[in-house]
Write a protein that binds this ligand. Sequence first.
Ligand SMILES: *Cc1c(COP(=O)(O)O)cnc(C)c1O
Length: 371
Amino acid sequence: MTKLSYPPKRVLMGPGPSDVHPRVLQAMARPTVGHLDPYFVDLMDDIKRLLKLSFMTENDLTFPVSAPGSAGMETCFANLIEKGDKVVVMQNGVFGGRMKENVTRMGGECILHETPWGEAINPDDLEKVLNDNKDTKIVAFVHAETSTGALSDVKTLTQIAHKHNCLVIVDAVTSLGGSELKVDEWQIDAIYSGSQKCLSCTPGISPVSFNNRAIDKIKSRKTPCQSWFLDLNLVMGYWGENSKRSYHHTAPVNALYGLHESLIMLEEEGLKNSWQRHLDMHHELIQGLESIGLKAIVKESDRIPQLNAVAFDSNIDEAKVRKTLLNTYDLEIGAGLGPLTGKIWRIGLMGTSATLSNVNHCIHSLKKVLP
Ligand SMILES: *Cc1c(COP(=O)(O)O)cnc(C)c1O
């Protein structure tokens, strides 16, 4: 054992990862089995069942990609885009920018529409972009933009995209488990999330789900998916329904023990109760922040409960504040990104981190540290 064997015990209130519950960490310490062990096959089935509950979907092709949220993003874009496909990306922060990057690298033609950072995507803008681009095949956008704290109306945006015969790819990395999200009812075609935000598992796994429209497109590709690892036609042999569970790659067995436990905890709490807890804690936090002079930058109706972007006085040395919070109060909060660098903090209330004691710890610590 060295000093590095003992990580500090932090309170994680940034943009992810969030606090991991001891039950999840204990689950990860269970004995490793082979990734084709009958026990593990049963566990895989239960993970799929629980992911379907969390996404509110009956999609058979719902499973965890063995890599972080960014790999879930690539899984959607690499499988659904063929060379020359026109893809509309409705960007309102960092992650929409990465979507554009994916489209271009997959050989698609990206039509990028930019919304000012801190605002939700305007459905009228999507309608206009699609009217101007009749040959669009896919529309992609982020549900909860973690870089700005703005929540977009997935249901309405999806309806508009479908009216124009487009498939929809949704980034739900920060929303799954924390905000209302109904994959089947809203008819989302392809969606990806992450393990380390509102599911409060360790980082490194990306739940995804695809409906039949998306699968039809994948099965009728003229050219193979450019990524071997993410090619769903191959991955389905391991994770697919009634598949032989044949070897594709070695699943991260212990990480999936953790994911399973975190999903069981979500099932025990109830999905809707979890959404409500995030909302309640968000109201507590905003009230506390306002009492010490910090203001949310996103208008009230568009806020993500689990990611609060707040502005501070321009004379504050924001990096120094975060450093003191970490060193003195073991509290991590996030900095601003892109055009919001140095202008905001991002205070997360994700999963296990969304508790009253964390809210109080955050307000108390900020009060002590702020000049
Ligand atoms: C965190 C995040 C990602 C990326 O997830 P990683 O696990 O870091 O790869 C993608 N989209 C959004 C909205 C995120 O918040």
